[in-house]
Design a protein around this ligand. Structure first.
Ligand SMILES: [Zn+2]
Length: 247
């Protein structure tokens, strides 16, 4: 199985999900001493597989990976290999708009639970993990793989250009009108909270749809999409027109 890197982790000292960035900060502040995390960081989904931290260098970003002697829970999506872009597109093509919306909503329930205390773990009985899909292998039988996820609060790196993710997070939204020679088109602006300020993080092209948005409200958003960069600014292209949901 390919070694997956994690951008978030479960910290068993406070029972919360944290960003990888925190450990890198601690590493820099304490000259490489990250003992407060060692032995306390786990898979953000099942909270069972133990992770280890590899610090950033001039040529590589920091990352978290599973320690080889540890394993994910049976129901955890990370138990499987990561689905490729074409496998995900193929899978989505067979779904109705309603099925795509339902899956995004289930993904949000798992990734952004209502109560912070629940962490982002999923419950042990859940057999239908919304982040796991069944894809055909060459022998004609199904194999389970996971859809990679990306919090909209994390860094969007140029190396991720053209990659597919379920993007998720809390956001403030705004619509922007774009005048084109074929008439009005709309863009959905996504702002994330950075040090108590809502800052434009990315946007999604919405075609002729002018979403009905309350700009004061904080939304939960999930998008199955692909990262693109325009003039260095990251944009998300939805895989299908309906592969976006906010609530
Ligand atoms: Zn896991």
């Amino acid at each position: 199985m390919a070694n997956v890197s994690f951008e978030e982790f479960y910290y068993n000292e406070d029972d919360q999900i944290h960003d990888l960035y925190e450990i890198q900060k601690e590493y820099e502040k304490n000259n490489g001493n990250i003992s407060k995390y060692r032995g306390h960081i786990f898979c953000p989904e099942c909270k069972i597989a133990e992770l280890s931290f590899t610090h950033k260098t001039s040529i590589r970003r920091a990352f978290l990976s599973k320690i080889p002697s540890s394993d994910h829970a049976e129901y955890c999506s990370f138990k499987h290999d990561c689905a490729t872009k074409s496998e995900i597109k193929q899978f989505v093509r067979l779904l109705s708009d309603k099925q795509i919306q339902d899956r995004l909503e289930a993904a949000l329930n798992q990734l952004l639970p209502k109560k912070a205390k629940e962490g982002s773990g999923i419950n042990n009985e859940s057999k239908d993990n919304p982040l796991v899909i069944e894809v055909d292998n060459k022998k004609g039988s199904g194999v389970r793989k996971f859809i990679p996820r990306k919090s909209i609060n994390t860094w969007f790196d140029k190396s991720e250009k053209n990659k597919i993710f379920i993007f998720y997070g809390h956001a403030k939204l705004e619509t922007k009108e774009i005048a084109t020679k074929n008439g009005k088109r709309y863009e959905l602006i996504i702002k994330t909270n950075k040090q108590n300020e809502w800052i434009k993080k990315t946007s999604v092209f919405r075609g002729t749809t002018n979403d009905n948005i309350d700009t004061k409200k904080i939304y939960d958003i999930a998008i199955l999409g692909i990262i693109e960069f325009y003039n260095d600014f990251p944009q998300i292209k939805t895989v299908t027109f309906s592969s976006i949901m906010f609530r």
